[in-house]
Ligand binder design. Structure first.
Ligand SMILES: *[C@@H]1O[C@H](CO)[C@@H](O)[C@H](O)[C@H]1NC(C)=O
Ligand SMILES: *[C@@H]1O[C@H](CO)[C@@H](O)[C@H](O)[C@H]1NC(C)=O
Ligand SMILES: *[C@@H]1O[C@H](CO)[C@@H](O)[C@H](O)[C@H]1NC(C)=O
Ligand SMILES: *[C@@H]1O[C@H](CO)[C@@H](O)[C@H](O)[C@H]1NC(C)=O
Ligand SMILES: *[C@@H]1O[C@H](CO)[C@@H](O)[C@H](O)[C@H]1NC(C)=O
Ligand SMILES: *[C@@H]1O[C@H](CO)[C@@H](O)[C@H](O)[C@H]1NC(C)=O
Length: 928
């Protein structure tokens, strides 16, 4: 039995360095997990959760296997106690002894030396307790045992809901997935189930914990800290003056007793530890819990941090020393940080913007270091139902895939957990902006004083903890509140809307906004994703934001859009997609690959309409969102079936489960591409659309979901297709099926103008060129972050003599331009395809694909030896995780493509290369 001397791997990664010799980490395997009434007692770990320790000791099977999501509900309905081995190494001459918990999930009763210490009820807070008197009354060293009893969260949520006088909400407002009443408790909301995930409601000490002993030389311990870097005079949510110096405000949260007259010193270093600046901080203020000071850094004395593909990710270290009047350093914190401003600009459209043709209303876009940019990305959900097993390695791979996928922003969705520091560290390094959210979603919440205070403590702690990360892009109050929850109230009980709107503002404006604005001048706040933005922003009011809600003027464009439509006829139908300034959510689900299914479901259960597969699809009206949008929809499985049958050759479902899974992925990718093309084109239209974040980046387990990356890191068709359509310069068709109006646009998100040529070549599916009377090539120039039409015609005219099932158009673009913050002139290329009928009706021919691999170039080569090849797909066997440089592409007749790859993990010792196969959509027709 031992405690580790440093925290577990994930937790140790770039933790702020805190100098204190008398900090004993409680991480390690010197723990026991028990439930006496179930007669269970097993060796355990910290950080951990009960399911993980029960699984490690084979008391339960793999929680992710088969239907264990349902079979293991008994674990969630029971209490679990984590008991430590006697804690050795404690000093007897300390002036005080403390317990510090960085995260307890969720309802605990804590005892030390057999004495009750405290109870806790918030998974997201840090807790610290003075146990000096308990320790001094403790008998022998063998009695120095810490025991943490975790109550059953589903039981406790139900008990709170049943309290007399408890808050209630109108019918249909509170979205229930598996366990009810999640809105009464401060625990990861998706632990009670969601439409893309399982419901385990885990319990345990999920983050590091410490014993801290203080003495005369080190009378304080820094438990948390905030560094806020902003331009002098900057106000939240408003673009600052980029010529002003930087203000660096630092504030240390401590416990212990702070000597009179303590001051702060700082050292700013580059990553090679060369000092850039150092000195004493000014305006130092001390309270009984914090020490705050500030300094300025002249403009130009540090390099800026930029997101991926928009410039360099320059980082610095800053050490902040808490210094006594004797000049002795009492405590010290080092953080790695960056200099940038990131603002969510929701200001009214200016006269200058109106003059450029931008529709009236308000802006809703991000600005990095004073520059508008196009946000390209997706939504990040909890990467595992059990956070303690989320490793740095896994997140490093996932974030590499984000960058490889041409994404620069993730929305860290509101009903998981606040991201650990290591996740922000990785995002800082890779240039991924993290739009971060408080953990509230798809429900309304109580507003009694205890609940609000608990929420404020949680928000204050987490805002301070992560504020120094340059990747932090925004704080949002919660998910789908103004655009869903308040509307559901209005649908169900319109007379009660004023009351619930007041409560909504009590939590999301009066409570959460001060937690952001009170700690950060650098980060913008919005109470809800999705919203129409603010109506007014006035810093002379205690709460500066007044929300617009549905106070809209026709013809004006305001905020963000969130769009789901499970009628698969929506594919390619531009008139169905919403027009806004930014799209923060949209999608459709698909099946995971057979390789992934096999890791969590038995072979016998892997067939079409298998009850295990059906039960792992949590997108259905009885278990999922009960909104009008979903009410008419069939189950998720039926929706995917309808989608494939409407648009593609139908794979033989009973013979080829794998082909079926793949076909659902093609529909998903096709839909997302058509929406992303639509949103991106909006950057050059009056709505001046500046962001596309699809739902969702990655999977929490193996199941039918909206993800583009599977649980083990394997890319679905979607992630490849998104990578392609998130290139800087793209060409895309827009087609009105009813009128035959066909246009082609080039869209660029470069920050300077570009010039180039677009070409259009018409074929029949067998590969013969068609002499269609339409433009074949156009020169164009395109402005910064803009789009331009390069072709407009009517298929009713140019294709009137052709069989539409046997026509396909290849379009290419080649443009000269340069990347932001980089003067090199580069060539940007992209191509795309237009087919006037659904591919199920198209006269596909066998493109007789040839695949080869070169040991010298480490590239695969695919050639279409006859006809046009649609949705060419390279597949690779189980045992490795990798991504090809491109996949799910089309090939022109006799077209060939060389494809490199990046291996993320490989247990096949390179043998996967021999297992690579290639097929195209044509192969789907073979199995019918
Ligand atoms: C206790 O006394 C020892 C020996 O003098 C000293 O090294 C140590 O720093 C003191 N304080 C604590 C908290 O152990
Ligand atoms: C389970 O935990 C809860 C909350 O800590 C507590 O109220 C309850 O008494 C416990 N039940 C048992 C059987 O220990
Ligand atoms: C900078 O200093 C830290 C702490 O002393 C050390 O761990 C790190 O290796 C140093 N980095 C370089 C590049 O010297
Ligand atoms: C310290 O308090 C004073 C008075 O409230 C304030 O003006 C100053 O900005 C504070 N210092 C810091 C670093 O916040
Ligand atoms: C602390 O350091 C400052 C600056 O180096 C010096 O002026 C002062 O005399 C020192 N105070 C003590 C008590 O050593
Ligand atoms: C496209 O969507 C619009 C708006 O929802 C709808 O009215 C129209 O019928 C759709 N068109 C097709 C071809 O499905």
């Amino acid at each position: 039995m031992r405690f580790l001397t440093s925290a577990g791997s994930a937790a140790a990664y770039l933790l702020p360095l805190i100098s204190a010799q008398k900090v004993i980490s409680l991480a390690g395997d010197a723990w026991t997990l028990s439930n006496p009434s179930l007669n269970i007692s097993v060796p355990a770990h910290l950080p951990s959760q009960a399911h993980l320790d029960l699984y490690a000791n084979q008391v339960i099977g793999n929680p992710y296997y088969g239907l264990n999501d349902f079979n293991l509900r008994w674990v969630a309905w029971n209490n679990w106690t984590y008991t430590s081995a006697p804690i050795s190494g404690l000093s007897s001459n300390a002036t005080s002894t403390w317990l510090q918990f960085d995260g307890l999930d969720t309802f605990t009763s804590i005892s030390f030396c057999g004495q009750h210490v405290a109870s806790t009820n918030n998974q997201f807070r840090q807790y610290w307790f003075d146990v000096s008197s308990i320790l001094s009354a403790c008998g022998s060293e063998a009695d120095r045992v810490l025991a943490i009893n975790f109550g059953s969260a589903p039981n406790i949520a139900n008990a709170i809901a049943a309290e007399p006088g408890q808050e209630t909400w109108p019918y249909g407002v509170q979205q229930v997935y598996e366990f009810p009443n999640r809105w009464f408790i401060r625990k990861e909301q998706s632990d009670f189930g969601w439409d893309w995930g399982p419901a385990f409601a885990p319990a345990g000490p999920w983050k590091p914990a410490y014993v801290v002993q203080l003495d005369v030389e080190e009378p304080v311990h820094i438990r948390n800290s905030v560094v806020d870097i902003y331009r002098q005079g900057q106000l939240n949510n408003l673009p600052p003056d980029q010529t002003k110096p930087w203000v660096v405000n630092a504030s240390l949260d401590y416990f212990g007793s702070l000597p009179e007259g303590a001051t702060l010193k700082y050292t700013l270093m580059d990553l090679d530890n060369n000092t850039v600046m150092s000195g004493g901080m000014s305006s130092v203020n001390c309270t009984d819990a914090t020490v705050t000071g500030e300094t300025t850094v002249p403009d130009g004395s540090v390099d800026l941090w930029w997101p991926s593909q928009l410039g360099a990710q320059t980082l610095y270290y800053m050490t902040i020393d808490l210094v006594a009047t004797t000049n002795v350093t009492l405590a010290s914190v080092t953080k790695r940080l960056g200099f940038r401003t990131i603002v969510l600009n929701e200001s009214p459209i200016s006269d200058a913007q109106l003059a450029q043709g931008i529709a009236p209303g308000n802006n809703w876009h991000f600005e990095i270091n004073g520059h508008e940019f196009y946000a390209k990305g997706s939504n990040f959900i909890p990467p595992d139902a059990f956070w303690p097993r989320v490793t740095v390695e896994k997140m490093n791979q996932l974030f590499d895939s984000v960058v490889d996928g041409n994404q620069n922003m993730l929305r860290v969705w509101a009903s998981g957990a606040y991201s650990p520091d290591f996740l922000y560290d990785l995002a800082d390094e890779k240039g991924i902006l993290l739009w971060s959210e408080f953990e509230f979603g798809d429900a309304l919440y109580p507003v009694n004083p205890e609940f609000l205070d608990n929420v404020f403590q949680e928000a204050d702690y987490n805002v301070r903890r992560v504020n120094h990360h340059p990747s932090l892009a925004l704080w949002a109050g919660g998910n789908e509140l103004e655009n869903l929850e308040l509307i559901l109230v209005n649908n169900s009980a319109p007379e009660e809307l004023p009351r619930y709107m007041t409560e909504y503002e009590t939590l999301f404006l009066d409570t959460l906004l001060p937690a952001v604005f009170g700690n950060s001048h650098s980060i913008s706040y919005t109470p809800s994703s999705t919203s129409n933005g603010w109506l007014s922003l006035n810093f002379s009011n205690p709460i500066p934001i007044v929300e617009r809600y549905y106070n809209l003027t026709p013809g004006s464009v305001y905020g963000e859009t969130d769009f789901y439509n499970y009628d698969p006829s929506v594919l390619y139908n531009d008139t169905a997609f919403p027009i806004g300034r930014f799209s923060n959510e949209f999608g459709y689900h698909s099946m995971p690959s057979l390789q992934s299914w096999r890791t969590q479901v038995s072979e016998a259960d892997l067939h079409f309409n298998s009850s295990t597969v059906l039960l792992r699809d949590h997108h259905n009206p009885s278990g999922g969102l009960n909104t009008s949008n979903y009410a008419n929809s069939s189950t998720g499985q039926a929706q995917m079936t309808e989608a494939v049958e409407l648009w593609y050759p139908i794979p033989n479902k009973t013979d080829s489960f794998s082909a079926w899974c793949h076909a659902t992925q093609i529909f998903q990718a096709d839909l997302y591409v058509s929406e992303i093309e639509f949103y991106r084109r909006g950057s050059g239209l009056p709505n001046r659309q500046l962001g596309s974040l699809y739902w969702q980046l990655e999977d929490i387990w193996v199941a039918p979901t909206w993800a583009g990356i599977e649980y083990d890191g394997r890319w679905k068709v979607l992630h490849y297709a998104a990578k392609d359509i998130y290139e800087h310069v793209i060409i895309a068709p827009y087609y009105n099926l009813a009128t035959g109006n066909l246009s082609v646009w080039v869209t660029s998100d470069l920050w300077d103008a570009a010039t180039g040529t677009a070409t259009f070549t018409w074929y029949d599916w067998s590969g013969s060129k068609l002499p269609i009377n339409a433009t074949s090539s156009v020169d164009f120039s395109i402005g910064a972050i803009n789009s331009t039409q390069v072709l407009q015609t009517f298929t009713t005219d140019i294709l009137k003599d052709y069989d539409l099932t046997n026509v396909v158009m290849h379009m290419t673009v080649e443009a000269q331009g340069s990347l932001p913050n980089d003067n090199t002139t580069r060539i940007f290329r992209h191509d795309n395809w237009f087919h006037p009928t659904a591919l199920k009706d198209a006269q596909l021919v066998d493109p007789a694909l040839q695949l080869s691999y070169s040991n010298s170039t480490k590239n695969f080569t695919v050639t279409a030896t006859s006809g046009v090849a649609a949705w060419v797909w390279l597949d690779y066997p189980s045992g490795s995780v990798l991504n090809f440089d491109s996949n799910a592409f089309w090939l022109a007749p006799n077209g060939t493509r060389e494809i490199g790859y990046t291996v993320k993990s490989d247990s096949t010792n390179g043998a996967w290369i021999d297992g690579v196969t290639v097929e195209s959509l044509y192969n789907q027709t073979l199995s019918t």
